[in-house]
Design a protein around this ligand. Structure first.
Ligand code: 13P
Length: 257
């Protein structure tokens, strides 16, 4: 964490809590967020709960993210949701290029770049995800893979003056209980910040780089304490208000220190 950037903690609910239970969870998070003035808190419900959760969080400092968007602005794209629609539903953020989208739904670097650009153009803030698989890490290709993924959307970020975020989520750490050690995460985050700096002077200091992959109450503090770890993208632990609250509280106490 670096005092020049506010910590950002995002809960990615994935395909859970798309109805009333999501609204209840959002209300719990909004209540908890009153006690964490130094942390930006975002929840990413499924599409079906976006508007209701946005309504529930109105007046709190919890903001809403979608988990995906169409790269197209409008048209005959059955089943797709555009950036403008997400803004209309009350979103401020959108997760783009999550590894589950890349692996299960065929999203390429080029598609992710188009989605990042579409979000920024419409005024939605992307949380662009990158990360290597276990095979890539074991083959010594972590830096090369993450660099390729980041460079794909770097141009879109550099062209915009909006505050996007990048999430480093090693694929082998997602939902597995394994996390990158704080030093391992810091190494990749520092590399990402260096690529941002090369691309545009203002981008590196203002872009928040989040760590994701089995972030839990018992490991969050050590990860967030690293200099280039500006927050967390939390999956499983964000479905439980106590666990998510405890991760947010860790960020608040580090920011207050
Ligand atoms: P877990 O926290 O469940 O490992 O999920 C991480 C993730 O994919 C967040 O986007």
């Amino acid at each position: 964490m670096n005092p020049s950037r506010r910590p950002l903690i995002v809960g990615n609910w994935k395909m859970h809590h798309g109805g009333p239970s999501g609204v209840e969870l959002a209300a719990d998070v909004a209540r908890h967020a009153r006690d964490v003035p130094r942390v930006d808190v975002v929840v990413a419900p499924p599409y079906t709960a976006l508007a209701a959760c946005a309504h529930e969080c109105d007046g709190s400092h919890v903001e809403i993210a979608a988990q995906n968007l169409s790269p197209e602005p409008s048209g005959a794209f059955t089943g797709e949701i555009s950036a403008t629609m997400l803004l209309e539903a009350g979103c401020r953020w959108v997760i783009v290029g999550h590894s589950e989208r890349r692996q299960l739904f065929g999203e390429t670097d080029a598609i992710v770049a188009r989605k990042v650009a579409a979000a920024l153009k419409a005024g939605l803030l992307p949380i662009a995800c990158v990360g290597e698989t276990l095979e890539e890490r074991e083959g010594g290709r972590t830096t090369a893979v993450v660099e390729r993924q980041v460079r794909a959307f770097l141009g879109a970020l550099a062209e915009s003056d909006r505050d996007a975020a990048i999430a480093y989520e090693p694929v082998w750490a997602i939902g597995t209980g394994k996390t990158a050690g704080p030093a391992e995460a810091q190494e990749v985050h520092a590399a990402i910040r260096a690529w941002l700096a090369e691309s545009s002077a203002g981008l590196a200091p203002r872009t928040r780089i989040l760590y994701g992959g089995s972030v839990k109450p018992d490991n969050a503090r050590a990860l967030l304490a690293e200099r280039d770890v500006d927050g967390a993208l939390v999956g499983g632990a964000s479905l439980d208000r106590v666990s998510f609250g405890s991760i947010i509280a860790s960020a608040e106490s580090l920011a207050a220190a």
